[in-house]
Design a protein around this ligand. Structure first.
Ligand code: AMP
Ligand code: ZN
Length: 464
């Protein structure tokens, strides 16, 4: 079965055909690094990782670019409010540059813990300022821009197809945009390409430009980076559904206005993670859960979250609750036990791939990344009457898409001597019912980057 993906541009599932045979250019909008990523953000990156792994499973070579937004994303999303980076810097009493570096590292740690494959190219917005200025100049030369007291704006009325991604009529889009009070804008949907530094305050991040000292608008970085690093291989561009009406709509307008060519062929959007009851998870809300506080600090393996994300199709809202988390925890443990069993039963034997079951799996993932169905096929395969050695070969093959580290379940972990010593001390403390020493030693082991789990079979220590 050929790969079918839902394309937000045409609002239907379409067969995916890349621009150049055998290879795919993939661009995924990255984090704004003023705070930790929350579980909602991470759901979107898991969906994008599944997409990438499915492309690889189908035999494509994938060139994947992700940006790091370290300047220009304002709290209002529409060019008003404070710069999120400068706000983060004030909150923490550090410089905007330090904040960017700290949260970029935290983001990279988070995605590694979730077995998300790193992009081939990471780019920071602040490393492409000259290219961004050049693109704005092109738009200026082509007559798409105008200047106000606070910046250079893109005139959306000059771009005929402005609503082609959002599919809203222009009136409703403008209505949505009118919350922002900027009387100098010609149309409510116009957006900033370059913003001037305010006259009275010195910004930490600002650059010279042909129009005056300032910083780029939020959307221009993604146009620049995708065209710079993917060239004409503009196949798939992804993000969360919140990006459709503003960020991606504006990226398309400015890119196509500048080049006169179609920007990406496929636009894919992941639905939100919501807290039971319906509220979306957002950095500005107090329902902000991170991998650190919801998993690592609770001694929970972060891959439980990855497993949980497979239970809901990426275009449907995913509900987060204690119950769904518990179900995922049990589900992952069950799967690991099944894999451990077939691995032990078939030690030393070569397995073969059962084509009928493999095709069923492929049909599920190629049907717009239907992971709930793919997980059902995984269970069908493990419960089937094929040999354990074949089950083992097949689950390892499927894990190229699942990314649950299933090849590790039966491997004893080599612990560094320092950790091993603490583990032994903790076992002794527990045998002597010295719970406070046991807790203290657990914290020490965790500080060294290992998770401690007390199970029925005894203490388990795994790398975070
Ligand atoms: P940001 O770091 O705010 O720029 O967002 C990073 C990514 O997370 C973007 O693709 C957003 O669309 C996505 N996102 C934001 N909130 C949520 C949420 N509650 N659920 C899923 N994705 C989200
Ligand atoms: Zn973007």
């Amino acid at each position: 079965m050929r790969l079918q993906l839902y394309n937000s541009l045409n609002r239907r599932k379409e067969e995916f055909i890349p621009i150049h045979q055998g290879q795919v250019g993939l661009y995924t909008c990255g984090p704004t690094v003023y705070n930790f990523a929350h579980l909602g953000n991470l759901r979107t990156y898991i969906f994008e990782d599944i997409l990438k792994r499915v492309l690889l499973y189908n035999g494509y070579r994938v060139q994947h670019v992700m940006n790091i937004t370290d300047v220009g994303h304002l709290t209002g999303d529409r060019d008003m409010g404070e710069d999120k980076m400068e706000k983060g810097a004030q909150r923490e009493g550090r410089s905007a540059w330090e904040i960017a570096e700290f949260y970029t590292r935290a983001f990279k740690d988070d995605i590694a813990r979730l077995n998300i494959l790193a992009p081939d190219i990471w780019v920071k917005a602040t490393d492409t300022i000259d290219d961004q200025i050049a693109l704005i100049r092109t738009l200026e030369e082509k007559g798409y821009t105008y200047q106000t007291r606070d910046g250079i704006y893109f005139d959306t009325s000059k771009f005929a197809d402005y609503t082609k991604l959002s599919h809203q009529d222009i009136e409703s889009l403008q209505e949505g945009a009118r919350v922002e009070k900027n009387p100098e804008k010609r149309n409510a949907t116009d957006f900033a390409l370059w913003k001037f530094s305010p006259g009275d305050v010195r910004r930490q991040m600002e650059w010279e430009s042909p129009w005056g000292i300032g910083f780029p608008g939020w959307h221009i970085e993604c146009s620049v980076m995708s065209m710079k690093f993917l060239g004409d291989q503009l196949d798939i561009h992804c993000g969360g559904t919140d990006h459709i009406d503003v960020h991606h709509t504006n990226e398309i307008a400015q890119s196509e206005a500048a080049t006169g060519k179609k920007f990406f062929n496929f636009w894919m959007h992941g639905a939100f993670l919501i807290i039971a009851g319906g509220k979306k998870m957002a950095k500005s809300e107090d329902n902000f859960l991170t991998l650190e506080n919801a998993f690592l600090k609770q001694n929970l393996n972060p891959l439980v979250y990855r497993f949980a994300a497979f239970q809901t199709h990426y275009r449907k809202p995913m509900e987060y609750s204690e119950e769904s988390l518990q179900a995922a925890r049990n589900g992952l443990q069950h799967l690991q036990n099944q894999v451990r069993q077939v691995t032990q039963n078939s030690a030393g034997q070569e397995g073969t791939i059962n084509e009928a079951l493999k095709n069923k799996f492929l049909e599920a993932i190629n049907d717009d990344l239907n992971m709930p169905r793919a997980m059902a096929v995984v269970q069908e395969m493990l419960k089937s009457s094929i040999r354990d050695a074949d089950k083992h070969a097949m689950i390892m093959n499927f894990d190229r898409v699942l990314g649950l580290g299933l090849d590790q379940v039966d491997k004893p972990q080599e612990l560094p001597a320092e950790v091993q010593k603490l583990v032994e001390e903790r076992a002794a403390a527990r045998a002597g019912k010295d719970w406070s020493a046991s807790d203290r030693l657990r914290d020490k082991i965790q500080e060294l980057g290992y998770l401690v789990q007390d199970t029925k079979e005894g203490m388990k220590v795994i790398k975070k």
